[in-house]
Design a protein around this ligand. Structure first.
Ligand code: NAP
Length: 462
């Protein structure tokens, strides 16, 4: 093919890829179309990679083929072996991969061509790409480590930390500006990259693992912006478009998550949430009442309306199919069954929706927090399946609680509540939950999957 024709073909694949990315993102905005959205985004990425193989700067394919094979094997193994519960840390790793790619491309461009030959704008984009890429790489690795439990999950804080971070940040930005003005000063360029890697670590270690999903969403946004900057350096349109989409959707998601937890972004980044052990409000005293499996099954079987409230424990127990089976057994008896979904239940946005969709729970049975809360007073039994923080009434009733103001699912307003959990374990915030001590609440201890399976069996026998 003639070079001009090849260039047109390449730009055409980029155009197709960009359209698919936008449609993919739109699909992801609703659970019903999310799967289709994912396929579109994947097809877009395949088109972008395929088109790039025809780039006129590529003369030998050996390394590219090696990279494609290695990347595909690592990606496939991660997709096959990583369990749903470890999806947040897997995503953090993906951000680290994307960010290190952006940083290395920037460092390679600078090393090969030197900054002096580049126009000022490209130099700025290059510095931005390396700086953001570097800090996102180490920040995402620390986030993945915290979520996996290989790095201490509680905030690591020491005296003068914020001043040190400010000095690091200032030095990094100083080096960035200096290299734009004096592109030949390679020492400053590499110092900026080094400071970026260090700053990523220092930025994330003072943040507790409960806030990691928000941090990851922010880092995702940084990785996207680094990719967009890479696009400007390389003159690559699809990188600019995909990076910008990623950057801004990540930012919007972070803001939405903060809203759902009634926290500000600055509080998440600098608040050290989880560093101090907080006492629960006055309601968290007394005894928790246990209920037997038989009694719980009878209560459910004779209810007219039951609302399931899933949380992180549903994911760890992989109890999505079991909850669906119990719901079906109840529906066969004429019980109305609904699911109340909190926006930050679980460990990532949409976590519960994904799990329940996997078990073919009809989308129409899922109710968002604002829709289901007015229904609790007319609910006979609210069944809390491995949820804790998202049903903690202290958020509503105790202004001194660290989660004060976080909107909750008001299960305590139901006529009765059955909580399925393994023992006295706390939620991600580490707070005691007064719901478990309320007269309306009964505790059914055990792994959620096995409790639900036994309940389904018992309900059928009632
Ligand atoms: P949670 O507060 O973390 O509580 C989960 C509960 O599940 C625990 O109390 C645990 O008690 C129980 N559990 C664990 N494994 C279980 C099993 N196999 N069977 C039965 N129960 C089990 O969960 P949540 O109510 O879903 O709240 C989510 C938390 O994550 C919130 O603090 C939220 O702010 C935070 N967060 C979420 C996101 C997001 O995007 N989803 C983002 C940022 C922060 P036992 O150990 O006693 O069983």
């Amino acid at each position: 093919m003639e070079q001009v024709g090849v260039n047109y073909f390449l730009e055409f694949t980029y155009l197709i890829a960009s359209v698919l990315f936008i449609l993919g993102l739109k699909g992801l905005s609703h659970p019903e179309s999310a799967r289709r959205g994912m396929f579109m985004a994947e097809a877009g990425m395949a088109a972008a990679v395929f088109g790039t193989l025809f780039h006129h700067d590529i003369h030998v394919y050996e390394w590219i083929i090696l990279g494609l094979v290695a990347g595909s094997i690592i990606g496939a193994l991660m997709a096959i072996w990583v369990p749903m519960t470890a999806m947040p840390q897997r995503t953090a790793l993906s951000h680290a991969f994307g960010a290190i790619a952006a940083a290395l491309v920037g460092i390679a461009e600078y090393t090969l061509h030197g900054g002096a030959t580049m126009p000022g704008f490209t130099r700025g984009a290059l510095g931005f790409e390396v700086m953001l890429g570097a800090l996102t790489t180490t920040g995402s690795l620390i986030a993945a480590g915290k979520l996996q439990g290989v790095v201490r999950g509680t905030p690591v804080q020491f005296k003068g930390q914020q001043v040190l971070n400010l000095v690091l940040f200032g030095s990094m930005v100083g080096c960035f500006i200096y290299t734009i003005i004096h592109p030949e000063a390679s020492l400053f360029f590499y110092a900026m990259a080094g400071l970026g890697f260090l700053f990523g670590v220092m930025l994330v270690i003072p943040i507790g693992s409960a806030d990691m999903p928000v941090v990851m969403s922010l880092l995702n946004s940084y990785a996207g912006l680094a990719a967009a900057a890479t696009g400007f350096v390389l003159g690559n349109n699809v990188l600019i478009i995909a990076g910008t989409l990623d950057g801004f959707s990540g930012l919007i998601l972070s803001i939405l998550m903060c809203k759902a937890m009634n926290r500000s972004i600055t509080n998440v980044l600098f608040g050290g949430f989880g560093a101090v052990h907080h006492e629960a409000g006055p309601g968290a005293t007394g005894e928790m009442r246990e209920i037997s499996l038989d009694d719980a099954a009878v209560r459910l079987a004779y209810a007219s309306k039951v609302v399931f409230v899933p949380g992180y424990g549903l994911a760890t127990a992989q109890a999505q199919h079991a909850v669906r089976d119990l719901a079906s057994a109840l529906e066969e008896r004429g019980v109305t069954v609904k699911y109340g979904i909190h926006p930050v239940a679980g460990r990532m946005p949409g976590h519960m929706n994904v799990l329940l969709a996997e078990a073919n729970v009809p989308y129409g049975d899922l109710y968002e927090m604002e829709q289901i809360n007015p229904e609790f007073p007319t609910t006979d039994v609210a069944v809390v399946v491995g949820a804790n923080d998202v049903v903690n009434p202290d958020a509503r009733d105790n202004p001194d609680s660290p989660i004060a103001g976080m909107p909750i699912l008001e299960v305590d307003k139901a006529k009765s509540v059955i909580v399925l959990k393994r023992g006295q374990g706390r939620g991600f915030s580490g707070l005691e939950n007064p719901l478990f001590f309320k007269p309306v609440t009964s505790m059914l201890y055990g792994d959620a999957k096995s409790s639900l399976a036994q309940l389904a069996q018992e309900v059928k026998n009632v």
